[in-house]
Design a protein around this ligand. Structure first.
Ligand SMILES: Nc1ncnc2c1ncn2[C@@H]1O[C@H](COP(=O)(O)OP(=O)(O)OP(=O)(O)O)[C@@H](O)[C@H]1O
Length: 304
């Protein structure tokens, strides 16, 4: 079943900026990456799904509910972690998350219990009575995640959840998101301009560029085997490249790897023969997989 479906979704802001253009996409449950360069339209898409802004034309449905006309119904099922820092410094995480639970309609005791539970899930149980102002960036990101989870949503919309984190903090946040998807069975849309991050934890991907859909698919479908062989030897790559060229194979270099197109049936055997003749130690010889980054025409549009 689709959890999100859009039809020719378009959003033009005052001033004539078209942030989303004719976007038609169907999204199945799972952990979904929403990727694109800065300004591609990701936040706009999220805000439309939450009913925070209305589309200029086209339609969107979340769990088959229209966020424009049935905003509360959508918000009851969706948790949102905004990109920017938006936390009050002078209350504790427990107070803050409880408060957001109350706003979502939970009774006082239930809100307190759910707040403790979600703060435990995000790894802040011990520190939950400390004031948020004294938290590190990583802890603040976790509070934002906890408040998105407090009303037990079916879908989480996370806008740049690793923003401002150091590499260890990033890894921890990505692992947490992955766990939420895998263990709690909650669908997650992770919005990011960092393709590498999204590839690590997502089942599928929606790639947008300049407000237009580039591709929406499962990551496994985007990384099928290509018709290029990747060869890696421990030493002697230069020597091997020369030999393969002499044998009539078109060789290119990608760091330690040699790439050879499989334009003849015996390319594989010829590479093996050359490796044996040169008495090299073969690390790897396999068909290279397509990379998600190939989606983006200009390499600099996303950080891989
Ligand atoms: N309220 C607004 N008024 C006018 N233009 C806007 C507004 N919000 C966003 N835009 C413009 O719409 C385009 C898409 O912005 P959006 O924030 O959706 O992109 P994004 O992919 O989330 O980028 P980022 O990663 O930088 O947040 C950008 O050109 C942006 O400048």
């Amino acid at each position: 079943m689709n959890i999100i479906a859009t039809q020719a979704l378009t959003k033009t802001y005052g001033g004539g900026v078209t942030a989303l253009s004719d976007l038609t996409v169907q999204v199945e449950a799972g952990v979904i990456g929403l990727v694109g360069a800065n300004g591609a339209g990701k936040s706009t898409f999220i805000k439309i799904m939450l009913g925070l802004i209305a589309p200029s034309s086209g339609s969107v449905r979340v769990f088959d509910i229209d966020p424009v006309t049935e905003t509360d119904k959508v918000r009851a099922r969706v948790g949102y972690m905004p990109e920017n820092d938006c936390l009050p410094p002078d209350v504790s995480a427990a107070e803050f998350v409880t408060h957001l639970g109350r706003i979502s309609g939970l009774p006082r005791t239930a809100a307190r219990e759910r707040a403790s539970e979600t703060l435990r899930h995000v790894g802040l149980y011990e520190e939950r009575y400390r004031q948020i102002g004294g938290y590190s960036t990583g802890m603040k990101q976790r509070v934002k995640l906890a408040q998105a989870l407090v009303h037990d949503p079916d879908l989480l919309l996370l806008d740049e959840p690793t923003n401002g984190l150091d590499p260890a903090g990033r890894d921890a946040m990505l692992a947490l998101i992955h766990r939420i998807g895998a263990e709690f069975g909650i669908s997650v849309v992770v919005c990011s301009h960092l393709l590498g991050e999204v590839e690590r934890i997502c089942d599928s991907l929606i790639a947008i560029q300049g407000g237009r859909l580039l591709r929406a698919d499962r990551i496994s479908s985007m990384t099928t085997a290509s018709d290029v062989l990747a060869v890696e030897v421990s030493d002697g790559a230069d020597e091997l490249a020369v030999r393969l060229t002499e044998m009539g194979l078109a060789v290119t270099r990608d760091h330690r790897m040699l790439l050879v197109p499989m334009d003849s049936d015996d390319a594989y055997d010829r590479i093996l023969r050359a490796v044996t003749e040169l008495e090299l130690h073969l690390h790897r010889l396999d068909q290279r997989r397509h990379r998600v980054a190939e989606l983006f025409t200009a390499k600099e549009t996303v950080d891989v």
